[in-house]
Design a protein around this ligand. Structure first.
Ligand SMILES: [Zn+2]
Length: 448
């Protein structure tokens, strides 16, 4: 404990240095979607890690390189995962300061990648650095995997993990990405929902026809598509595709206990979501958001939407959809079920898959879970909000399914970090708190 207190004191004395390092990392663009500066950023990150006393190197993949580092000895091994690539900064004119000129305003650092994810991955590195500075060693063994294309859907992370299973073997995977709970309390997630993207399109004629001269005798692509879509969900939001729920895992007692312990203010949530009201009980709300799959229409296209009227029968219609999947749904099986359903409704409709990510879950009853909760609570002074899974998606399955390791997600950024948007920012208090959570987690995990 004394050692840890010294580490903490060191962290608090060196905030200015920590901020400087973050600014250096953010100033290097690393836009994976546009292949801009990614390799340079990987090299800079290796450089920064070695400067902090952490041996590191890049590993080539078919896409952008992975930065890997390893340090420490001990019975327990943690693998920290993060990503050094960022989203495109456009529209540039919407930024109050240039995205790659990190600028402090009112206690926040503004710049692309400050919260997502450079500030968060740096937190782990700075925690390690303080242990090295103060004690000369780390109480556990630590591995770092920093990916360069998370913002492009992590296309080669699974391959990298499959090819380096021995190198990456660990007792726990730990990811800090995304925001704290809206209340300001830390959030702890034991999994993520998966994702399946698809497009349904339909052509009922070779061209748009006159709705009077041909109206009533030929099919209308817009109506046909609407029929297909409305057959896919009932009025309670249940998906009506046969087999869709077949592989959904029953929630464990512990999963439901986590939900039971959460606070629930539906009016506040409705306000945060920009909707009039949320009309469901707490358990139903959180089960639907974390433990059940869903299907969303992301966009619809057909016919004429311009000024005035255009009396046509549209020849073509299409819709993009995504499904958020939960353990143990297999995206390919879900896709096959949807394709079957759509083709049964209308054999002319075409269904095309647009990529997927597997869901992932870790048992919240594992002993490491208590240690992480304790670290988050002690470092923040607030009781963490623990959920069985995130509503969103991360490539968490590479740890739980490919590597076979439990995985916990502990985000460090402020709830209004504006990630993926202009004026992305990281509240500096969240940055420093994140470093303390990482340092405390290392201490808790080293205890028997
Ligand atoms: Zn992101």
């Amino acid at each position: 404990m004394l050692g840890y207190q010294k580490v903490l004191a060191h962290l608090r004395r060196n905030k200015r240095e920590h901020l400087k390092l973050l600014q250096r990392l953010v100033a290097q663009p690393s836009i994976s979607a546009q292949n801009e500066g990614v390799r340079e950023c990987a090299e800079l990150l290796v450089n920064i890690m070695e400067g902090l006393g952490i041996p590191a190197q890049t590993y080539e993949t078919e896409g952008h390189p992975v930065v890997y580092g390893e340090i420490g000895e001990g019975d327990f091994t943690v693998l920290f995962y993060g990503h050094y690539d960022v989203q495109p900064p456009e529209p540039l004119e919407a930024w109050d300061s240039p995205p790659f000129k990190p600028t402090v305003r009112k206690g926040r650092l503004y710049g692309r990648g400050t919260g997502d994810n450079k500030g968060q991955l740096l937190s782990h590195l700075l925690a390690v650095h303080s242990y090295l500075q103060v004690l000369g060693e780390i109480p556990i063994k630590i591995k770092f995997v920093f990916e360069g294309e998370e913002e492009s859907g992590s296309p080669y992370l699974a391959d990298f993990v499959s090819e380096h299973k021995e190198l990456l073997q660990a007792d726990l995977a730990y990811t800090s990405d995304g925001p704290l709970h809206e209340s300001g309390a830390p959030a702890v997630y034991y999994g993520v929902r998966g994702m399946l993207g698809l497009e349904i399109s339909l052509e009922t004629a070779s061209w748009d026809n006159h709705s009077g001269n041909k109206g009533g005798v030929i099919p209308n692509a817009a109506w046909e598509l609407v029929k297909i879509l409305s057959s896919m969900k009932d009025e309670n939001g249940r998906v009506r595709v046969a087999g869709f729920y077949e592989q959904v895992r029953e929630p464990s007692t512990k999963d439901l206990e986590l939900i039971e312990n959460l606070e629930y203010h539906p009016w506040q949530i409705a306000k945060n979501f920009g909707v009039k009201k949320i009309e469901m009980e707490k358990e139903d709300f959180y089960r639907r958001l974390t433990l059940e799959p869903t299907m969303s229409i992301n966009g619809l296209t057909s016919g004429y939407q311009g000024k005035g009227t255009k009396t046509i029968i549209p020849a073509r219609a299409s819709a993009k959809l995504d499904c958020r999947l939960v353990a143990d749904q297999d995206p390919e099986m879900v896709f096959a079920a949807i394709k079957h359903h759509v083709e049964k409704m209308n054999p002319d409709a075409e269904v095309v898959m647009q990529g997927y990510m597997h869901p992932s879950r870790t048992d919240p009853a594992l002993p490491v879970s208590e240690k992480i909760l304790k670290a988050a609570q002690t470092a923040s002074g607030k009781k963490p909000v623990a959920l069985p899974a995130m509503g969103g998606s991360l490539p968490d399955y590479v740890w739980t399914k490919i590597l076979g390791v439990p995985s916990i997600i502990v985000p460090y950024a402020n709830a209004d970090e504006a990630n993926h948007a202009p004026n992305e920012n990281l509240d500096l208090e969240c940055f420093y708190q994140g470093i303390e959570i990482s340092a405390r987690a290392m201490y808790e995990l080293s205890k028997k």
